[in-house]
Write a protein that binds this ligand. Structure first.
Ligand SMILES: [Zn+2]
Length: 457
């Protein structure tokens, strides 16, 4: 086997690696780059190989930075199977369609603004996304499955989002594990990351390789405090959140706080058509739930719905929220404030000191979310400079990514035979900290990889 690292090498987005075995080429993930708009668009448009030269894709989970370029791959001639867990397949149907829609509206917007220039083509369309779904092949957890290149793949619950997996691939001699994104113990809704069997090589994410997160239970108290403080000021809590996973976790936590009478009586809105579709997918996959949420279901309660919570699908209803004068909580996408309805809520809200913006996940370099997290006092929204007066808070106890210590613990069961660790999906500082920790603790060679780097396994 030979592995070549293409995306998420030295950065966090654009996860994509090529595994070659017995003359076949298998892509591990096919993710989209996010960040500076122009630069990201250029990197997303071109694959460093002909799409038709790929024989199969193994997908770790549905997040767009891991799955987002699949429709482009199909559009450019890929015709092989895409292996993923059943929940991932269903999430991709909603998410890729949504991304196709965003790409189309962005292109239309640019073309309207610059009618004299040659028209911009979207990376792919809603139709391209729909066509891609025909290539998906669902593979259940812990079910060894023969795939191209004489390989067998087995996926394990990565505990990161619904349907997320870490995958072990073997040609019968050498065993390679691909971590995908590794979650954390104790996150709401989903199960904890599963142990992997011993392997020879490991490709591991390192998003928070050099950090330590507060324990997930602390998120509840943090959320309570932010909502109480903001409501007392008469402001609104604006929560940019990934439509997949984070939104459902927040809803469950608010539900829990509500049940325990720990919240002021203010309305809560989930303003994201994608989040509504994705919540429906969650309801279809109780096989991915942890015990806590099963208790809700057994007690006859709907974990994702309660009095005072309103799901907003129509754009007109979304706009009306901005005219409200009373305190409320609004959860909307996207999580890094790069696109979607959240931009309108931020534009209407960040200039008022009564309000709070509560960031709930990883904020990639050069995104609006990162600028807010870094405390910038002036940001551009829709190209217009806006002054930041509101309170900015980070809910990092809810991070969907394991921190350095948690990754070391997750590696334990693989150690007996482990020869080498390739670090991906981390900015240089975090990946370097992770490499150092692995070397010090386990004395196993570990290093961040560079784009285009190849290794024979
Ligand atoms: Zn992810």
């Amino acid at each position: 086997m030979q592995i070549t690292f293409q995306g998420a090498a030295g950065v966090v987005t654009g996860s994509m690696h090529i595994l070659e075995s017995a003359g076949k080429r298998i892509l591990l993930d096919c993710g989209m780059f996010q960040g500076r708009r122009k630069e990201a668009e250029q990197r997303n448009r071109d694959f460093p190989f002909p799409a038709s030269s790929i024989d199969a894709v193994v997908l770790s989970h549905a997040h767009i930075d891991h799955s987002g370029r699949l429709p482009l791959l199909v559009k450019q001639g890929f015709r092989g199977p895409i292996y993923a867990t059943p929940a991932t397949v269903e999430l991709c149907a909603a998410m890729l369609r949504d991304t196709g829609h965003i790409l189309q509206s962005d292109a239309e917007f640019v073309n309207r603004k610059h009618p004299k220039d040659a028209p911009v083509q979207p990376l792919y369309t809603v139709e391209d996304a729909a066509e891609t779904m025909a290539y998906f092949r669902p593979v259940a957890y812990r079910t060894p499955t023969a795939i191209e290149g004489g390989l067998t793949m087995t996926s394990y619950d990565a505990g990161h989002i619904l349907g997320s997996s870490s995958i072990v691939l073997t040609d019968g001699t050498t065993r390679l594990a691909f971590s995908g994104d590794v979650g954390r113990r104790g996150l709401p809704i989903i199960r904890d990351p599963e142990d992997l069997p011993p392997v020879d090589f490991l490709i591991m994410e390192s998003t928070y390789g050099g950090r330590t997160h507060p324990a997930p239970p602390e998120a509840l108290g943090q959320l309570e405090a932010v909502v109480k403080r903001t409501a007392a000021r008469g402001g609104r809590v604006i929560v940019p959140a990934f439509a997949v996973g984070r939104t459902q976790q927040l809803v469950l936590m608010l539900h829990q706080l509500m049940n325990e009478n720990r919240l002021p009586a203010i309305p809560i809105f989930v303003d994201s058509p994608l989040a509504i579709d994705v919540t429906a997918v969650f309801r279809n996959h109780p096989e991915c739930f942890d015990d806590e949420i099963n208790k809700y279901l057994q007690g006859g309660q709907d974990p994702f719905g309660f009095k005072r919570l309103t799901y907003v699908r129509e754009a007109a209803a979304s706009k009306q929220l901005n005219d409200r004068k009373d305190p409320f909580v609004i959860i909307s996408a996207s999580g890094m404030c790069e696109a979607g309805r959240i931009l309108h809520h931020l534009r209407n809200g960040i200039g008022d000191a009564k309000n709070t913006v509560l960031l709930t996940g990883y904020q990639a370099e050069n995104t609006l979310g990162r600028k807010l997290a870094d405390g910038m006092k002036s940001v551009r929204i829709f190209g217009i400079p806006e002054t930041v007066e509101c309170e900015i808070q980070m809910l990092d106890a809810l991070s969907g990514h394991a921190d350095g210590e948690e990754l070391l613990a997750w590696m334990q069961p693989m150690l007996p035979s482990l020869k080498r660790v390739f670090l991906v999906h981390g900015e240089p500082e975090q990946a370097a900290a992770m490499a150092k920790a692995i070397d010090e603790k386990f004395h196993i060679p570990a290093a961040p990889v560079a784009p285009g780097q190849s290794f024979r396994l």
